[in-house]
Design a protein around this ligand. Structure first.
Ligand SMILES: Cc1cc2nc3c(=O)[nH]c(=O)nc-3n(C[C@H](O)[C@H](O)[C@H](O)COP(=O)(O)OP(=O)(O)OC[C@H]3O[C@@H](n4cnc5c(N)ncnc54)[C@H](O)[C@@H]3O)c2cc1C
Length: 320
């Protein structure tokens, strides 16, 4: 038997989260005593796939063709179903990405499977197939037992560590059915430009309403540049247009999990914490010692951002 893992690419490229997913799927397959089989759909090159063999990608099914150049839920879910038939896999794992969240329910319905989204743990097989899910915008956890024969899981980004794990690599093409009457199709796309993509960033410098206005973001960008960090912001900051919406983190924004999250002039409302609480280290700069963010922080500086940040910049410069 096998475990099938969907290896998602972004314009042919793989991200850090693909390696996390491979580490997770490798461990699930090992726990079940099953073979791990990868599935790539679309434009990733053989070479890009081969590079993932250092992280556990062995036998890999490949779906290519014009109908798969762009993501459509129905065709990609069909490809997954074909791969399930081909391998006899009972467990299918994919990232909790926009594409994963769109395909997983469709595949679940087709296979009459059990579905768990936003998974953050390996299954506990001692009492069935119990996985931990983050729920209510990461404010709580649910432990769910997947009882059907087929199981579909989507893994939360930044919830599993990357491991080097060389695997014997091979490719096999498969040809799924193509839906002739797809009801939704991507007619264009626009790339958000940014120096470091937030979901990939190891370090993030983030600003809130305490920075008073967009004209004061120069020091945030300078500090982020010096650290090689991504920049983020709280929701009100993007709502009023001080920063682009693509930087908004939290319950209604992006969820991130960097090694360091440096929050400057942000109060630490629960909706903000929902998007940043899986950061490994949180450091807060706030002039109010009672700001709720300090309770969630590993390090805190009580002080005025306009005094503290220039000092941080000088300190980082002195290390270069
Ligand atoms: C349904 C819902 C969803 C939401 N989703 C999100 C979300 O996804 N993300 C999000 O961020 N928010 C979200 N919010 C809003 C959230 O509740 C807070 O209102 C918001 O996070 C506050 O943003 P802030 O901390 O930047 O601003 P404020 O609450 O105004 O806090 C500013 C902070 O800056 C400090 N400060 C002021 N001046 C300085 C200075 N000179 N130096 C240092 N510190 C200073 C203040 O002490 C204060 O703590 C949501 C709200 C709702 C109701």
């Amino acid at each position: 038997m096998s475990v099938l893992v969907y290896i998602e690419n972004w314009n042919g490229q793989f991200k850090k989260q693909t390696k996390e997913l491979l580490a997770y799927a490798t461990d699930v397959a090992a726990a079940l005593g099953h073979e791990l089989v990868g599935l790539s759909i679309g434009s990733a090159s053989d070479e890009a796939l081969r590079e993932l063999s250092a992280f556990g990608l062995g036998k890999t099914l490949v779906v290519r063709g014009q109908a798969f150049d762009k993501f459509t839920s129905i065709n990609y879910a069909n490809a997954l179903e074909t791969a399930v038939d081909h391998t006899g896999a009972k467990t299918v794992i994919m990232g909790n990405t926009y594409n994963g969240k769109s395909m997983a329910p469709r595949l679940t319905a087709t296979l009459d499977a059990s579905l768990a989204t936003s998974v953050i743990s390996l299954p506990d097989l001692s009492q069935g197939f119990v996985v931990k899910r983050s729920v209510f915008s990461s404010k709580g956890y649910a432990y769910v037992d997947l009882r059907n024969g087929y199981k579909v899981l989507t893994l939360t980004v930044n919830s599993y560590s990357i491991k080097e794990n060389p695997a014997g690599f091979s490719l096999e093409d498969i040809t799924p059915l193509v839906a002739v009457n797809d009801k939704v199709s991507v007619v264009g796309s626009e790339l958000q430009s940014g120096k470091v993509p937030l979901t990939e960033a190891e370090l993030v410098v983030s600003g809130g309403r305490g920075l008073k206005g967009p004209e004061n973001w120069g020091m945030i960008e300078e500090l982020a540049d010096l650290l090689g960090a991504g920049t983020a912001c709280s929701k009100p900051v993007s709502d009023v247009g001080w920063r682009p919406h693509s930087e908004h983190v939290g319950q209604t924004g992006i969820t991130i999990g960097p090694n360091l999250y440096l929050a400057i002039g942000i109060s630490g409302a629960i909706q903000h914490l929902a998007g940043v609480s899986s950061s490994k280290v949180i450091c807060v700069v706030n002039k109010d010692p009672e700001a709720p963010f300090f309770a969630a922080a590993d390090y805190g500086i009580v002080g005025d951002a306009f005094e503290v940040v220039p000092k941080l910049i000088e300190a980082v410069k002195s290390l270069h």
